[in-house]
Design a protein around this ligand. Structure first.
Ligand code: DGT
Ligand code: CA
Ligand code: CA
Ligand code: ZN
Length: 572
């Protein structure tokens, strides 16, 4: 959906520029709301426009609809072009720096002449930024962190973005190839991806010609017969065409990780073998003994086949040698989504629309967990509205056959560790996710543990609070949290939203060792976002989880039994 993303970016930019100019907040917010909705659409905006459905997108009124139309017809929006010309070109880049809001940037621009990344660095270092009204050392510290995140993160992309790009390329080339598949960090489902590596078998001349001529290619970096590289937007895609009998070896080699491959090479050496992207060879005779299938490469080394998500040299080679790799969760067989927002808070769709869409996708249940009252910007629910929502869900559940809407809430964990809704109302729910949404600089261990001690809390939402490329999480003593989660029978969430992926793979693997159970939830605010479940499964696989560890693979009876065990105090 790159066109949707581009449009959302332009709308957000308009909002940023309006904010830099000091325009009225409601105008600015209208652009941001529309951008958020468009970004999360699963259908191409141009198709929605053709059908005359753009007014159905939440937040799109007449004025913004006109701008969308202009974007679809011309590829840009004149208002955006005008605004852009009013400011120095480099200033736009600064708008992407996390923690540096347009308001602060406006001050820094007007009073300190900040117009580039270098300028920003200078005013942080020399202390002048801290002296601006409303600033101070803590805010500057955050902006400094944001600048580091920005400089570090801008050359990588989110997993979701990479998947979309790779699937586009594969779909464009598929019919010209005997085989085609993406490899690299994307195949390993790493949370961020540097560049995209694609392997193919077939007529190299034809395939490479098609590759460099794809619609979305913005620049051809190199074109050859075995390897070509292009840019799509600013993202690099490498394509290699290999011989059919080398396919398995190449796929293994280019899937990586480098560390995993280095470890395999050591094992090969001990066995008198040599392994590279062309095959596995006997050192003395030079005879090739494997290479056509990827499985063969592991077989001849005496290893179990290692799924790509595990190939990080985090113990998988040792386990595979002993035949002790776990049977990790599959991409199919997910029965439900444990984290969905509806239009009762800041989601874009009604509960009924969500249930219909989820059912159509083959899910058996969703948990509706809107925000609770403390999260004011999201119109969080108070007790009264939550009780109304419970009634509505009960009404809908009588209607749906073979599908269940779980009554839930994403209840806010307050700074003192208490929750912002009463136990009385929480006790009427099926699924209670408790999340931290404030004080990101302070250690959150005690807050999380206090929430887990509430018998009605079934899950801790996005446990670390990190946002990829945007902010680090709050500090947490993880081992203590894992111990308490296991002891109290409280799940930890794998938030599958592409901006979060929280808990991350490494922490998931550690938590599993404590006996923690997990619930995957997309944090969807839109019915077009259920696809992100796949990203959550990727994290679960990278965390070595099996079906027994992840509630999404269980039937509702087993899930209810798990919840009731905690409620009845059996885990204490
Ligand atoms: P990325 O793109 O930074 O997210 O990470 P990768 O893992 O996709 O790395 P990339 O694109 O540099 O290379 C793709 C794979 O090719 C990598 O995972 C393993 C393999 N590879 C690349 N360079 C080397 C190397 O110097 N030694 C070995 N053993 N393998 C390499
Ligand atoms: Ca790569
Ligand atoms: Ca590469
Ligand atoms: Zn949340």
């Amino acid at each position: 959906m790159s066109r949707n993303k581009e449009l959302a970016k332009v709308l957000n930019r308009i909002a940023d520029f309006l904010e830099l100019k000091g325009e009225l907040i409601y105008k600015i917010n209208a652009y941001r709301r529309a951008a958020r909705a468009i970004e999360s659409l699963s259908e191409d905006i141009a198709e929605i426009y053709e059908k005359g459905d753009i007014y159905k997108i939440p937040g799109v009124g007449e004025r913004i609809a006109k701008k969308i139309e202009e974007f679809i017809k011309t590829g840009t929006i004149s208002k955006y072009e005008e605004l852009r010309r009013e400011f120095p070109e480099e200033l736009a880049e600064l708008l992407d720096v996390p923690y540096l809001g347009p308001k602060t940037l406006k001050l820094a621009y007007e009073r300190l002449g900040v117009r580039s990344l270098e300028d920003l660095k200078r005013v942080i270092e020399d202390g002048s930024l801290a002296k601006l009204p409303g600033m101070g050392p803590k805010k500057v510290e955050n902006i400094k962190k944001g600048l580091q995140l920005y400089l570090k993160g801008s050359d990588r992309m989110l997993l979701g973005e990479a998947l979309e790009l790779a699937e586009y390329v594969v779909s464009q080339l598929e019919s010209y190839c005997e085989r085609i598949q993406y490899a690299g960090s994307l195949r390993r489902m790493k949370e961020t991806v540097g560049d995209i590596d694609i392997l193919a078998v077939g007529d190299a001349g034809v395939i490479m010609d098609r590759f460099v001529k794809m619609d979305r290619v913005s620049e051809v970096i190199a074109k050859g017969t075995t390897k070509s590289s292009v840019l799509i937007g600013t993202r690099q895609v490498d394509l290699r065409v290999v011989k059919k009998d080398q396919w398995g070896a190449a796929l293994q080699y280019f899937t990586g990780s480098k560390e995993h491959n280095v470890h395999l090479r050591e094992i090969a050496k001990e066995k008198g073998l040599k392994i590279n992207e062309y095959g596995v060879f006997e050192v003395g005779s030079g005879k090739r003994i494997a290479g056509e299938r990827e499985e063969e490469v592991y077989e001849v080394l005496g290893l179990q086949f290692v799924p790509p998500e595990l190939r990080e040299d985090r113990g998988e080679v040792e386990a595979a040698l002993k035949g002790e790799l776990p049977e990790i969760v599959p991409y199919d067989g997910i029965r439900g989504d444990f984290h969905v927002h509806s239009n009762w808070s800041d989601g874009g769709f009604s509960i009924e629309e969500i249930a219909e869409a989820a059912k159509k996708m083959g899910l058996r249940f969703v948990a509706i967990i809107d925000h609770s009252k403390s999260v004011k910007i999201a119109h969080g629910l108070d007790e009264e509205r939550l009780l109304e929502q419970i009634e509505e869900i009960e009404r809908l559940n009588r209607k749906f056959k073979g599908f269940t809407i779980l009554k839930g809430i994403e209840v806010d964990i307050l700074p003192d560790g208490s929750l912002d809704l009463s136990d009385d109302v929480l006790s009427r729910l099926d699924w209670v996710v408790a999340s931290v949404h404030s004080r990101f600089n302070e250690d959150a261990t005690e807050r999380i543990i206090a929430a887990m001690h509430n018998p009605y809390v079934t899950c801790i939402g996005h446990p670390s609070g990190r946002m990829l490329f945007q902010r680090d999480g709050y500090p947490v003593d993880w081992d203590r949290v894992f111990e308490e989660a296991a002891r109290t029978g409280t799940c930890l969430e794998i938030n599958a939203h592409q901006d979060r992926l929280d808990l991350n793979d490494v922490l998931v693997k550690r938590a599993k060792e404590f006996g923690v159970k997990f619930a995957i939830g997309t944090d969807a605010h839109h019915i077009g976002q259920f696809w992100m479940l796949r990203l959550g499964v990727g994290v679960a696989r990278r965390g070595w989880l099996t079906k027994g560890d992840v509630l999404n693979y269980w039937d509702l009876r087993r899930i209810k039994a798990f919840i009731n065990k905690k409620r009845r105090g059996l885990c204490r």
